[in-house]
Design a protein around this ligand. Structure first.
Ligand SMILES: [Zn+2]
Length: 333
C-alpha cells in the first residue's frame, strides 16, 4: 500500500464539503469518481514509450474515459485550449526540476512519459496521479481550478516517492509520503518563480478556492499548519503544527493529510532559517533522505536521517536543522 489513494483533496475534506453544502452533489460524486479512477489506474497500462519523459497531454472533453483525446504531444505546437498548454508547461517544468536538482531522468528516474488528461469528468473537484496525471475543472463554486503548479508538483511528487522510498500510505510513513509530495510541490513553485525562502508563500494549493471565500488562502500552509482555511462552507484546516497535537485516527489512512503538517513545518522553518533558495540545501537534504528512508519510516527516523544527510553534505546546517525539528516537538540527538 504505497500508493496515494486519494487525489489532491483528501476524502475527509470532500465529505466535510458535502455535509456543509448539501445542495451541491459534486463533492460526493468526486469522491466516488476518485475511487473508481484509482481502481482503473491500478489495472490500466498506458502504451506510451519510455526514455525521455515525453509529454502527452489529452482532453477528456468532460467525460470519464482515460486518457481521452490526444491534443498535444511532446513537440507539438500550442493547443487552442490554454489549460492544456498550461498543464503541458507544468510537465516540462517538472521534468526540468528533477533533472536540474536531482540529475534524475523524470520523476520516476526511468524517463517514463508524463501522460496527462485535462477536463476530466463534469465538475470533478480533484487532481490525481495514478499512472498518469488527471485534472478536473472544479465546480466553479468553491473550486476555481486544479491547474495549479504546486498541485501538479505535489501529485507527481507521489510518483517520485513510489519510485524511491515507497513510503507506505498509512500513519506516519503515509504522512511523510504526503509531506514529501508537498515539499516537491512548493519547491517546484519557488524554483520556477525564482523566489527566495523569504519571498515564498509556502502555501499548497493557493488559487484553488473561489476568492470570494474569505479566510481561505490555500489547502495547506507549511509554515503555519492549521491556518490555511477557515470558513462556514469549508470548515477549518485541521493540520497540527506540533507533535503534541498529533492526530491519532483511523480515517484518512491514519491521518496522512493531517499529520504531514508537522514535518512540513519543520522543513519550512529549516529552509527559512538558512535563507537563500530552498533548492540550494534544504531540498537536497530532503532528496537524500527520500533515497535512504525505509518504506515504513517514522517521523523520528525521517528526522534522524535528514540530520545524517546534512552532516555528510552540509554540516554547517545541522544545528539549524535540529532546531527546526525541535520546534515541532521532535528531538534529534
Ligand atoms: Zn497527496
Amino acid at each position: 500500500m504505497n500508493r496515494n489513494l486519494s487525489g489532491f483533496l483528501p476524502p475527509f475534506f470532500l465529505v466535510e464539503l458535502a455535509r456543509r453544502n448539501p445542495t451541491n452533489t459534486s463533492y460526493l460524486e468526486t469522491l466516488v469518481q476518485t475511487q473508481k479512477l484509482w481502481l482503473k489506474g491500478e489495472q490500466t497500462f498506458l502504451p506510451f514509450g519510455k526514455g525521455k519523459s515525453d509529454r502527452f497531454s489529452h482532453d477528456a472533453e468532460n467525460k470519464e474515459d482515460l486518457p481521452g483525446k490526444l491534443v498535444r504531444g511532446e513537440n507539438d505546437p500550442a493547443a487552442k485550449d490554454e489549460l492544456i498548454n498550461r498543464a503541458h508547461q507544468f510537465a516540462q517544468e517538472i521534468r526540468d526540476f528533477y533533472k536540474t536538482h536531482f540529475n534524475r531522468n523524470g520523476p520516476d528516474g526511468n524517463g517514463d512519459n508524463i501522460v496527462q488528461t485535462m477536463h476530466y469528468g463534469l465538475k470533478y473537484n480533484n487532481a490525481y496521479f495514478s499512472v498518469q496525471m488527471v485534472y478536473g475543472d472544479g465546480d466553479g463554486d468553491i473550486f476555481m481550478t486544479f491547474m495549479i503548479r504546486d498541485v501538479a508538483g505535489h501529485e507527481i511528487g507521489h510518483w517520485f516517492v513510489s519510485t524511491t522510498c515507497k513510503l507506505v500510505y498509512w500513519k506516519e510513513s503515509g504522512a511523510l509520503n504526503e509531506h514529501m509530495a508537498d515539499v516537491l510541490g512548493v519547491c517546484l513553485n519557488q524554483w520556477v518563480a525564482k523566489q527566495t525562502v523569504e519571498q515564498a508563500d509556502w502555501l499548497v494549493g493557493a488559487g484553488l478556492f473561489n476568492p470570494k471565500l474569505t479566510g481561505c488562502r490555500a489547502l495547506r500552509d507549511m509554515v503555519n499548519p492549521g491556518t490555511a482555511y477557515n470558513h462556514p462552507r469549508l470548515g477549518k484546516d485541521p493540520q497540527p503544527a506540533h507533535m503534541r497535537d498529533f492526530v491519532d485516527t483511523w480515517s484518512d489512512n491514519g491521518g496522512v493529510h493531517y499529520n504531514s503538517g508537522i514535518p512540513n513545518r519543520a522543513f519550512a522553518l529549516f529552509a527559512k532559517s538558512l535563507g537563500g533558495y530552498v533548492w540550494e540545501k534544504a531540498l537536497q537534504i530532503w532528496f537524500g533522505t527520500a533515497l535512504r528512508a525505509s518504506s515504513n519510516c517514522t517521523f523520528q527516523e525521517w528526522a534522524d536521517l535528514t540530520v545524517k544527510v546534512a552532516q555528510a553534505n552540509y554540516p554547517e546546517t545541522v544545528d539549524k536543522l535540529k532546531t527546526a525539528w525541535s520546534t515541532v516537538g521532535i528531538t534529534v540527538k
